[in-house]
Design a protein around this ligand. Structure first.
Ligand SMILES: O=P(O)(O)OC[C@H]1O[C@H](O[C@H]2O[C@H](CO)[C@@H](O)[C@H](O)[C@H]2O)[C@H](O)[C@@H](O)[C@@H]1O
Length: 389
């Protein structure tokens, strides 16, 4: 995707590419064997006529299929024998617990920078997003991790909400998929490129921090979209819409599958009305966000720069996440060979992560192991120094 040619804004400015991608998304709304029969709106038929021969592709990439696969039913997993598939997938993405020694030996004499997603990583996935609490044990291990390594939370939720859920002041927080970052005052060249989006502000302790919000101009639009989607989905039992300030989430986890199409349609109507917004999806959730060249990967780069930790051989960034939006961060770390992405998943998934962990319990064990290892490493350093004195 191209960014605005003057580089003063990360907002995607090529209307042709916007229209094309919108058309792509629009075409993708064509159902692929939807439950209870086909969708017969003439809008869809017109689109498929415009793109003859594309029907299979459209079906296999359809929204409803994507919605179905965004968290498969547990029963199906058992029937299909997930363990065999999972075991062979783990050859490609070994358990970060089983590979702990390998990771530790690479991290030796390096400074680890820790990036953590929230839902599905620090807290288990639950039916109601308002009840996605992390355990006290997890909170205390994250607190410990932050004692030893600079640690940031990169969440799809609003920054305020994820801070409320975690409640640790010693972390950096990036909400709305990285579009709302409260980070250290540093020399992030990305923020120097976008001075209009950066603001210096005191944090909870009165310490001066930088607030970086590259989609600030979208706040009123997102607010409007939130209200419209609440209204449009009001009659759909189980639907839930969240306002994350720079993006909106439309949850369908608790919605009967026969009502997924109207949900997808409501989101499509929004995209038709607001060409500067785009759709992404996560675990049983559709999201509407600004069409800007910014994501969790960019947020990781931004934070590394702000912390003075980018382009350094003695730094090892580790990112742990469970969802599609975390892939942008895994990709950034993998491409630059900069660090490790760890995918949290109990089923095989296409991913840019190097390692895997099954669930938040395993995340906790891994974080615990890192702290224990670091303590020993530091102890060793002190001992070594004493010996040389
Ligand atoms: O980037 P994250 O911190 O992982 O946030 C991603 C989304 O997480 C939340 O939704 C997900 O978790 C819910 C609670 O377990 C679950 O009910 C839902 O089905 C999941 O999609 C959050 O509510 C979303 O807004 C975030 O975008």
């Amino acid at each position: 995707m191209d960014v605005d040619s003057n580089h003063s804004s990360p907002v995607l400015a090529d209307p042709a590419s916007i229209n094309n991608s919108r058309l792509g998304i629009y075409s993708n709304l064509l159902p692929c064997s939807p439950p209870g029969g086909s969708l017969s709106s003439s809008k869809y038929i017109n689109i498929s006529r415009k793109k003859p021969g594309k029907l299979d592709e459209v079906c296999s990439n359809g929204w409803l299929d994507a919605m179905k696969s965004s968290s498969p039913p547990r029963k199906k997993l058992v029937k299909d024998g997930p363990d065999t598939a999972y075991s062979s997938w783990m050859f490609k993405h070994p358990s970060a617990l089983n590979s702990f020694e390998e990771i530790a030996s690479f991290a030796k004499n390096k400074k680890i920078a820790m990036f953590l997603d929230y839902d599905g990583t620090l807290s288990p996935i639950v039916d109601d997003p308002d009840n996605a609490f992390m355990s006290d044990d997890m909170r205390s291990i994250v607190k410990n991790i932050a004692k030893y390594f600079p640690t940031a939370i990169i969440s799809g939720r609003s920054r305020d909400k994820v801070y409320q859920l975690i409640g640790l002041t010693e972390l950096y927080y990036a909400g709305s998929h990285g579009m709302d970052i409260l980070g250290p005052v540093g020399k992030a060249s990305i923020s120097n490129d976008h001075p209009n989006y950066t603001e210096s502000t005191p944090d909870q302790q009165g310490k001066e921090v930088n607030l970086f919000q590259p989609a600030r101009e979208f706040i009123p639009m997102i607010d409007e979209v939130f209200r419209t989607l609440v209204e449009k989905t009001r009659g759909i039992e189980g639907a839930k819409v969240e306002n994350h300030k720079f993006c909106v989430s439309v949850h369908f986890r608790n919605v009967d599958e026969k009502n997924w199409q109207p949900i997808a349609q409501s989101v499509q109507d929004i995209l038709d009305k607001y060409p500067r917004l785009r759709r992404t999806h996560g675990r049983k959730v559709l999201e509407v966000r600004p069409m800007i060249d910014w994501n969790k990967g960019k947020a990781v780069e931004f934070l590394l720069e702000s912390l003075g930790l980018s382009n350094r051989d003695d730094v090892l960034p580790i990112y742990i996440g469970d969802d599609l939006s975390d892939e942008d961060a895994f990709k950034v770390l993998r491409e630059g060979n900069r660090g490790y992405g760890i995918l949290v998943s109990s089923r095989p998934k296409e991913t840019n992560a190097v390692y895997s962990l099954r669930d938040p319990n395993e995340v906790m064990k891994f974080l615990n192991s890192l702290v224990a290892w670091k303590k020993v490493e530091e102890g060793g350093c002190i001992l070594n120094n004493r010996r040389t004195i």
